[in-house]
Design a protein around this ligand. Structure first.
Ligand SMILES: [Mn+2]
Length: 465
């Protein structure tokens, strides 16, 4: 058999294919490339670690048949193991039909419960319980020959089922506790297998505490499925993970835990290369090499304010055939300043231009702290501070309004006007020319009295701005 011819075991590991009508072009270009590449490399087995589909798919959708065609192609070359992923992406039962997609040469095995499964002479033999018993392993050795690899499968855990068993408040952390206990139990069997020279592979779909998402966000918390420690406790040579769309791996004593990341780039702003993992599994010396897929290239430009057209022109020059997302935030009253058609024209050579404008509603904040001022003059003073207005003269007049009657105020104003020595009204230039002799010197233009500004100015101009 193929397995016995060489010491190393080569596995092609794909994950998070997210086939759907919307993702079909990207998913199929990338998965198609990966399948061809892995087959050309001559892998001994293939693993798809969850989220093969993006959501519930109709049987007649091109996305579903496209996925089936690729999986069938893999199964014509070597045995395939498909793991159940996130239920919202891959509703339970979605993978059932893939059991019939196996090639003439090799089966497709669907792992949708927590258990172990041996691959022996091209055939998958599952454990009855969650781990193999010694008796089961002996029986496999007798009837099928020594397994070349034993998989420990941990598909997505149904938290609702777990919540029913351990209570809602404990369910989040209980997932991690239960899985850690299971992985430790599987570790005992895996150590036995490794002693006999049998390769062991873990396959799961979930979040490792401390991993990093495709957006560069570290996942840290107590409600994640795994810790790196619990995964290494399973004592598998290789632990193949799905769920997180960014490729990353951890190594300990020649054993490796790794996410290949999603097969393609399904969202804007994802960092890191996309691909599948080519595993080379030798006892005590495991490597997982990322083989890059031709994922689409995205360009993201963000502006805090209206978009800078010069900068956009620069970006557009290097964005031919790329997927471009342009975002800006702009005040409501300035939203019309942005010429969307001009932006579309700049990026006419790009594969896609996605424009996301965030319109900031005009918020008129009231004078901060004004409510804490005790008296009206103090409130006026605070308003003046915030609005940059000298409130001195206003405070005087406020005091007059508060303390004097209307007649006294009017008398005071008139007395002030008399003191100011205001010139008489000036006749028009035409009237002056006809009525006066040519020798009369021109009258200087009247300066408006500074003291009268407060009567004419808009006192609330600053507030309304
Ligand atoms: Mn996914």
């Amino acid at each position: 058999m193929k397995f016995q011819e060489r010491d190393q075991l080569r596995v092609g590991h794909f994950s998070d294919l997210h086939y759907s009508p919307g993702n079909l072009v990207e998913a199929d270009r990338c998965f198609g490339f990966a399948v061809d590449d892995a087959i050309a490399a001559g892998c001994d087995a293939y693993v798809i670690s969850g989220d093969s589909t993006d959501h519930r798919l109709d049987a007649h959708s091109p996305a579903f048949s496209g996925l089936a065609r690729r999986v069938h192609r893999l199964a014509c070359a070597a045995p395939v193991l498909m793991l159940q992923g996130t239920f919202s992406h891959e509703p339970p039962g979605t993978l059932d039909v893939f059991r019939f997609v196996g090639g003439e040469a090799c089966p497709v095995y669907v792992a949708d419960r927590i258990h172990q499964v041996a691959l022996s002479r091209g055939e998958f033999i599952a454990s009855h319980g969650s781990v193999f018993t010694i008796e089961e392993l002996e029986e496999i050795a007798e009837t099928h020959g020594d397994p070349k690899v034993v998989f420990t499968c941990v598909p997505t855990v149904n938290k609702a089922t777990l919540a029913a068993a351990v209570g809602v408040s404990n369910a989040a952390t209980a997932v991690g506790d239960h899985l850690a206990a299971y992985l430790a139990a599987a570790g005992a069997i895996n150590r036995l297998l490794r002693e006999q020279g049998i390769r062991t592979i873990g396959v799961s779909h979930g979040t490792v505490n401390g991993c990093q998402t495709e957006h560069g966000v570290p996942m840290a918390g107590f409600d994640h499925e795994f810790t790196i420690g619990s995964l290494f406790d399973a004592d598998c040579d290789a632990f193949m993970l799905g769920h997180i769309h960014r490729a990353q791996q951890w190594e300990r004593e020649g054993r490796v835990v790794a996410y290949p990341g999603s097969i393609g780039r399904f969202h804007y702003g994802e960092i890191g290369a996309k691909g599948y993992l080519r595993w080379n599994i030798e006892l005590g010396q495991v490597t997982a090499t990322q083989m890059e897929t031709p994922a689409r290239e995205t360009v993201c430009v963000d502006f805090d304010g209206p978009p800078d057209m010069a900068r956009l022109a620069e970006v557009a020059a290097g964005a031919a055939d790329k997927f471009v997302r342009i975002r800006w935030s702009i005040n409501e009253e300035h939203r019309q300043l942005v010429d969307r058609d001009a932006i579309q024209a700049l990026f006419r050579n790009s594969a896609e231009v996605k424009i996301e404008a965030r319109i900031l509603p005009a918020v008129r904040s009231r004078a901060e702290g004004i409510s804490r001022a005790a008296s009206l003059p103090e409130k006026l003073g605070r308003w003046g501070e915030l609005a940059g207005v000298d409130t001195g003269p206003l405070v005087d007049r406020l005091s007059q309004l508060q303390n004097l009657d209307a007649q006294s105020i009017a008398d005071g104003v008139l007395a002030n006007l008399a003191d100011l020595d205001i010139p008489q009204p000036v006749p028009s230039a035409a009237a002056m020319q006809s009525a006066l002799p040519a020798s009369v010197p021109p009258v200087a233009p009247v300066q408006k009295s500074a003291a009268l500004d407060w009567l004419n100015d808009d006192l609330f101009a600053a507030e309304a701005a």
